[in-house]
Design a protein around this ligand. Structure first.
Ligand code: AMP
Length: 409
């Protein structure tokens, strides 16, 4: 089976082509600045695994054209990895918001598309490009199964006490205002991998209480007990929770009307500020990129030091909260760009958590590669670094949804 995984952002399309017999990557690619208009061209990067990379600029007006370009790159020219488009057996789409309608991957048909459309008001920036990608792939690969894999699905097991906001209940009933959570594919994958690694260590992986920290440009954490999600830090939208590249994470909601009045800004302008101008960028005044912010902090930049302090403190606070919510802690997992690559921040987050039975091993934390244990051998709770593999999960779930559809006739 060959599976194409497609992830459409507002002006980008990322793809990975997998040979699922061996779970190997045949090619990856990214098309950026789709629909720039005028003389701004889209930038295309195609990376076939066994051939030279292909990079160029081209006028690509929408996601339909981007899918056509992807198909062309995969099947023709120097970087081709397929002889014919027919070799693609199925397409897996990352869809950001599935609301309460989806708790697992589904084969896409018109009712599914309608249900994803119904979630547009909950994710106005994300679901429309996801839908465009789906329609474009349906047109480019007619008759091939298309599967939607939702960022929200893994979190659908949260109990009511974790997902309800203490607002008038009818707002939940009428408008679906509740915590949904995101990065579900990543939390699912690393929690499962951590359970496997705990079992290999002779511990009870299947019934472990695991806190997963997805620390990338977007950041979120989940509490996973007995393999299911029981709480997560992002909310109705990805804005809630941790400090992120440009998102504020948790704030007092009364700040919004206060700022509307003080700054004479509209709600939409404040929302933009909270999403695009806050977080590491807002606090440090330097960058949204943790590498730059950490470097500036090391050089004594006050704003950058404050940004790193608030970032680490918030992650620590959530570890404590989730340990309490689950009645104990068996493992903490770090994943994504910051989580996988910054021993310095991992150490700052984990230092002094001995009272939770967690002792980080500074040497293990600083050295080593791949999925690994960074706690001491005596530590009652384990700490892991695990590389997230969201696209592989999407490809696996796509295959599984296809098999189930065949089995169901
Ligand atoms: P992601 O969204 O998972 O690609 O993660 C992007 C974030 O990871 C950016 O803030 C990067 O600065 C950060 N990152 C990547 N490598 C490192 C590193 N070695 N140290 C600190 N942050 C890093």
């Amino acid at each position: 089976m060959v599976v194409l995984v497609v992830n459409c952002g507002s002006s980008s399309l990322k793809y990975i082509l997998y040979d699922m017999r061996t779970e190997t990557v045949a090619a990856t690619g990214l098309i950026e600045r789709i629909g720039g208009g005028g003389d701004q061209h889209a930038v295309v990067h195609h990376r076939p695994t066994d051939k030279d990379r292909v990079d160029y600029e081209s006028s690509i007006e929408d996601h339909y054209a981007a899918v056509q370009e992807t198909v062309k790159l995969l099947t023709t020219g120097e970087g081709k990895v397929l002889n014919h488009l027919d070799e693609i057996d199925a397409v897996g789409h990352r869809v950001v918001h599935g609301g309460e309608a989806f708790c697992s991957a589904v084969l896409i048909n018109e009712p599914v598309i309608k249900a994803i459309e119904a979630c547009v008001s909950l994710a106005p920036l994300h679901n429309p490009p996801n839908l465009l990608g789906i329609r474009a792939c349906m047109a480019a690969l007619p008759g091939k199964p298309q599967v939607a894999v939702f960022d929200t699905a893994f979190h659908q097991t949260m109990p009511r006490r974790a997902y309800l906001y203490a607002l008038p209940y009818e707002l939940y009933e009428r408008h679906g205002i509740r915590r949904y959570g995101f990065h579900g594919t990543s939390h699912y994958y690393v929690a499962r991998r951590a359970a496997e690694m705990l079992t290999q260590m002779g511990r009870d992986g299947a019934h472990a209480r695991i806190v997963t920290c997805h620390l990338g440009n977007g950041c979120s954490m989940s509490a996973v007990a007995d393999g299911v999600c029981v709480d997560t830090s992002m909310g109705m939208t990805p804005l809630e929770g941790l400090v992120m590249g440009t998102r504020s994470g948790d704030i007092d909601p009364a700040i919004i009307p206060f700022l509307e009045e003080k700054l004479g800004k509209t709600g939409a302008e404040i929302e933009r500020m909270l999403n695009r101008e806050s977080g590491l960028l807002g606090l440090s005044g330097t960058s949204n990129d943790m590498r730059d912010v950490s470097e500036a902090a090391r050089n004594g930049h006050e704003g950058a030091r404050a940004a790193v302090d608030v970032f680490c403190y918030r992650v620590r606070k959530y570890i404590g909260a989730y340990a309490a919510a689950m009645g104990g802690l068996d493992a903490v997992v770090f994943t994504a760009g910051i989580g996988e690559n910054s021993p310095e921040l991992r150490e700052r987050i984990l230092m002094g958590l001995s009272f939770l039975g967690l002792d980080v091993d500074p040497e293990r934390n600083r050295s080593g590669r791949g999925d690994r244990v960074i706690s001491t051998p005596e530590s009652r709770a384990a700490a892991f670094v695990i590389r997230t593999q969201e696209e592989l999960v999407i490809a696996r779930e796509t295959l599984e949804a296809c098999k189930q559809a065949v089995a169901a006739g």
